[in-house]
Design a protein around this ligand. Structure first.
Ligand code: HEM
Length: 512
């Protein structure tokens, strides 16, 4: 008792040095506790998570490969318990099937708040693998290759709206088109069409109605920064302050839009539309307990948040690269001409490029793969927890519970795999005569993630990109106003702006 009293008195008198001592002890513990202290990285990063937070806040994620080069190491300690891995081969281990490395606590920041303020994990954010299988099973079929043909008319209808709007607003008037924004509106409207048979109306109005694009962007930014400090995120959004906030403002405009679509769908006489929502509702017959209205809201909302800006990024990059690489432009246009000329004479000339035709354009497909390599949508470490038993990566043992992950911007620049021109845009690498080599590169592509958590919408994204880009170049002569305006805006997603162009309508028969 006397010792305790003495300790309290001592602390009261010397509280400043006592607090400093505790802090110091904590920092030393952080640095040495888990056997990671010999992994290179910024010194501050080994002491506190704040370095990683500020690194991403300074929007440096997409340049992490430079730090790997600076420290000359594929392993980089970016927080006391977090290791960034820049070895392309390691993707197979970390995002493989056996054992599965679960998603880290960052994913709590991706939990969805439904219209009534309930916080739910979704198929993307759930961290429990068994739960993930339960959530993915009822919907997986809707995203399969087999359904693409049914989605194709929906892609065409939104594309036609895009072409009509940009023709009237820019090609006919000679005004500059802020294509970054128009491509984003296209990507949102199309995922609205595919998910609900209803566009957001951004293209027709030329505006971000209800600030839905703005709020979706903010949510992505939040994941990249606050998501790095999961405890802070939990208190801001779920517990404490977050709990009170949800009483006043349960959810954002996108979820409200989603919930409205579900209600309207229920009241509609047409229950057979070929969209995602109809497919999810159909899955109710087999999974009645799981597919509640709330759950439908999480699935459809995830489609929008995961499938809009990501696809817009890929579209912008493809357009920019084609326009800024004359050799690439020439080969792509020649292939487009051959594709159109190969159409049977009775096929309507104005018919949009089909999915099947785009798959017979190997050069264009190589351009898309290369764009996804040099500019993957996600620009930060995609974090996972090392499972029981630990793992050895790049010759270093990492104990269970360590957070590890690859940043696609780093692994896609691994010179050991891609060679000395790893930093260059070279679509031809995907057309190498050595088929085995191409297969190997494809197996290491990390643009869509990997393993059990690989992107569910990959086929849909490829459908959109494969149809939209050739059709856009077929209908318009596109000229960049100033390539120097093209800027990256990196966070969890690496967005672009400044893709300003002028447009001229092409003569319809030019390719014949
Ligand atoms: C070019 C476009 C796209 C890119 C680059 C992309 C990229 C990714 C990546 C990297 C992941 C894994 C994220 C992680 O592990 O944290 C992912 C997951 C996911 N994506 Fe995509 N995505 C794209 C388009 C889409 C589209 C169009 C949809 C919906 C139609 C979609 C739906 C999803 C879903 C639901 C997941 C979670 C899958 C799971 O955990 O089971 N994505 N995406």
């Amino acid at each position: 008792m006397t010792i305790l009293l003495d300790a309290i008195l001592f602390t009261k008198t010397y509280w400043v040095p006592v607090c400093a001592g505790i802090l110091l002890a904590r920092l030393v513990y952080n640095r040495y506790k888990n056997g990671l202290s010999d992994i290179p990285g910024p010194f501050l990063a080994s002491l506190t998570d704040l370095w990683m937070f500020s690194h991403y806040l300074r929007r440096k994620g997409h340049q992490e490969w430079k730090l790997h080069e600076k420290y000359n190491s594929p392993l980089l300690r970016i927080a006391p318990n977090t290791i960034a891995v820049a070895d392309a081969e390691a993707v197979k281990t970390i995002y493989g099937w056996k054992p599965i490395f679960s998603k880290s606590r960052l994913y709590i920041s991706q939990y969805v708040t439904t219209e009534d303020g309930t916080v739910l994990e979704n198929v993307s954010s759930t961290r429990d693998e068994a739960r993930h299988s339960i959530l993915r099973r009822p919907v997986a079929h809707a995203y399969s290759l087999g359904t693409l043909v049914e989605f194709e008319p929906l892609v065409d209808s939104t594309s036609l709206v895009f072409f009509k709007e940009v023709e009237e607003r820019f090609a006919r008037t000679g005004k500059e088109c802020e294509l970054s924004k128009w491509v984003q509106m296209y990507a949102f409207d199309i995922i609205g069409e595919l998910t609900f048979s209803k566009r957001f109306g951004f293209l027709e109005s030329g505006k971000d109605l209800g600030n839905m694009m703005y709020h979706t962007g903010k949510a992505m930014d939040y994941i990249g920064f606050v998501g790095q400090v999961p405890t802070l995120d939990e208190w801001l959004r779920i517990k404490g302050f977050g709990y009170i906030l949800r009483k006043f403002r349960p959810t954002g405009p996108l979820m409200k839009f989603t919930a409205r679509q579900i209600r309207e769908h229920a009241a509609s006489p047409d229950q057979t539309r070929p969209d995602f929502l109809s497919r999810f509702i159909k899955a109710r017959e087999k999974y009645p307990d799981l597919m509640t209205d709330r759950r439908l809201a999480t699935y459809t909302n995830t489609n929008i948040s995961a499938g809009s800006d990501t696809t817009a990024i890929a579209l912008r990059e493809a357009i920019f690269r084609i326009l800024t690489h004359p050799g690439c432009y020439g080969k792509f246009m020649a292939e487009l001409k051959r594709t159109l000329q190969a159409r049977a004479e009775d096929v309507e000339y104005s018919k949009p490029i089909t999915w099947a035709e785009s798959q017979r354009m190997p050069y264009f497909q190589a351009v898309v793969k290369e764009c996804l390599r040099v500019h993957p949508a996600l620009g930060q470490v995609i974090p996972r927890d090392v499972p029981a038993g630990g793992v050895t990566l790049c010759g270093k043992y990492l104990p269970e519970g360590t957070v590890v992950g690859c940043n696609a911007w780093s692994v896609h620049r691994d010179k050991a795999v891609y060679g000395e021109d790893a930093h260059e845009f070279v679509p031809e690498r995907w057309l190498d005569a050595d088929v085995e080599r191409v297969r190997y590169l494809e197996s290491l592509s990390f643009a869509f993630g990997g393993g059990s958590r690989v992107c569910l919408g990959k086929n849909i994204a490829m459908l959109e990109i494969s149809k939209f880009v050739p059709e856009f170049f077929r209908r318009f002569e596109i000229a960049l106003v100033d390539p120097g305006r093209y800027r990256l805006f990196p966070g969890w997603l690496v967005l672009q702006n400044g893709l300003d162009v002028t447009l001229k309508v092409r003569d319809g028969k030019e390719f014949l």
